[in-house]
Design a binder for this molecule. Structure first.
Ligand code: ATP
Ligand code: MG
Length: 441
């Protein structure tokens, strides 16, 4: 945790800042008022405050308080406690959940420091309650450490966050390298926030990003997958990709070598991400499956060529290559089967689309549309495929133009119900075994 001299906070009264209750969810306000009425300090923190000040729409509203989890639980009948390592309260309002976290100190307040730091610089434990001042310094970036206090509607800034917001600048709280070493996912969070909000990364916060990518190797693969989804499928995929590429962080997420990334593959990935961003902007569903198919396409080709040289059939080569690249992928970040299976189907259908046999049957295939859209994407880089695209476009009827903008419907449409159910389970699981530093509030 940073050795960060916290001076007196800058406190902006309601008249001097732009956060209005009109922009805060009614349920979050309920929770804030409820805690205040019960005699506790209650603040809105994190991404909600940050996004409101930057003119973005917050994804969710997180609450921090000096009430202990049990006291939060006792204040709201519609709440439950979650998490083992660090307890959080979830207050339920139909589909909206307001997460309430008790102010927390960093591990250096932990009684047995050795245990908290078992793993070099990585924080393994982070479950000591503390004051607001202590809660501030365990947060990652200054812009994420503003507290909007319901009691007087003031905005409390302990770390120069307001100036950073003003300059649209991302800066770690404390020494950047140390903070990345404690939790390497913060590097991905830096990229995500810069991409999502158009923040510039301050020099000292940026410099270690070029050097420390290898730390991501120690992050659980499932947590990396969640971060990758937030980076690439949340509407700012192209910008995230560019930054990941720039800092050579991409190499630790996907089987690519940024330094040697061929222009064609790079273009294929960028095109797919640009389509995904457009879909998100239009409120259409997106799925990791299509993107996985794109990201692993070139490694798949290489692995297949390798198999074919050994004299196996094309079918067998594809199956073996598929297993190989998916395994290589899962060593970096673990993509759930519900996404790799459709990706593999999209690959398998490419050869069939190019052979143009049994068009009737292929047109009825549940992954036809996704596979076709993938072919369109490839044809943008490879003129030889354009005749295949026209062949299938002519047979699709409905006058549909061969465009990738409809790409993921086939995939996401089919997966939607299952995906949603599973996601909820995953989020709960993630919250429970959250890597110790993940604050979530
Ligand atoms: P968004 O919700 O828009 O994705 P966020 O910053 O709110 O962005 P959350 O994951 O909801 O992200 O985290 C809420 C807050 O918890 C952050 O703003 C930050 O203060 C803190 N936090 C989250 N992850 C970390 C981390 N890895 N290290 C330190 N603090 C963190
Ligand atoms: Mg948040």
């Amino acid at each position: 945790m940073p050795e960060f001299p916290l001076g007196p906070p800058r406190i902006l009264p309601r008249s001097e800042h732009s956060i209005s209750r009109a922009h805060i969810s009614k349920n979050a306000l309920n929770v804030l008022y409820g805690l205040h009425k019960a005699g506790f300090e209650a603040c809105l923190v994190g991404g909600g405050v940050r996004d409101l000040l930057l003119g973005a729409t917050p994804k969710d509203f997180d609450v921090a308080t000096n009430a202990l989890p049990e006291q939060v639980r006792a204040t709201f009948r519609n709440s439950r406690l979650i998490g083992r390592r660090f307890r959080l309260a979830h207050v339920h309002f139909g589909p909206e959940i307001i997460e309430v976290a008790t102010y927390r100190a960093s591990h250096d307040k932990a009684e047995d420091e050795d245990e908290a730091r078992l793993d070099g610089d990585r924080i393994l434990r982070d479950n000591v309650y503390g004051t607001r001042e202590e809660d501030v310094v365990r947060r990652d970036f200054t812009v994420n450490a503003l507290y909007y206090r319901i009691e007087d509607f003031s905005l409390i800034d302990h770390v120069g966050a307001l100036e950073d917001i003003e300059r649209r600048r991302l800066r770690t709280i404390g020494d950047a390298e140390q903070r990345y070493r404690e939790d390497p996912v913060r590097m991905l969070r830096a990229v995500r926030l810069a991409a999502k909000l158009g923040l510039s990364i301050e020099a000292a916060t940026e410099a270690p990003l070029f050097e420390l990518g290898y730390l991501l190797e120690t992050v659980p693969q499932a947590r990396l997958f969640d971060e990758a989804v937030k980076l690439l499928l949340a509407g700012h995929g192209v910008r995230s990709y560019e930054l990941l590429h720039r800092y050579r962080l991409l190499d630790y997420l996907f089987p690519v070598e940024s330094a040697a990334l061929e222009p064609e593959r790079d273009r294929l990935i960028r095109e797919a991400l640009a389509n995904t961003d457009q879909r998100v902007a239009a409120g259409l569903p997106v799925t990791p499956a299509f993107l996985i198919a794109v990201l692993l396409w070139e490694p798949l080709q290489a692995a297949m060529a390798h198999q074919l040289v050994r004299g196996v059939s094309e079918h067998e080569a594809l199956l073996k290559a598929q297993d190989e690249v998916i395994r290589a992928q899962n060593d970096l970040l673990a993509v759930p089967k519900r996404f790799t299976l459709p990706a593999a189907e999209i690959w398998a259908l490419q050869g069939r689309l190019q052979r143009r046999r049994q068009p009737g049957r292929l047109l009825g295939h549940p992954r036809f549309r996704a596979a076709f859209d993938f072919l369109v994407l490839r044809a943008q880089q490879d003129a030889d495929l354009r005749a295949d695209v026209e062949f299938w476009a002519a047979r699709m009827g409905g006058g549909e133009a061969p465009t990738v903008t409809a790409e993921q419907d086939a995939v996401s449409g089919e997966l939607a119900p299952r995906r949603r159910r599973r996601r909820r389970g995953r989020r709960r699981a993630a919250a429970q075994d959250a890597s110790p530093v993940v604050a979530d509030a």
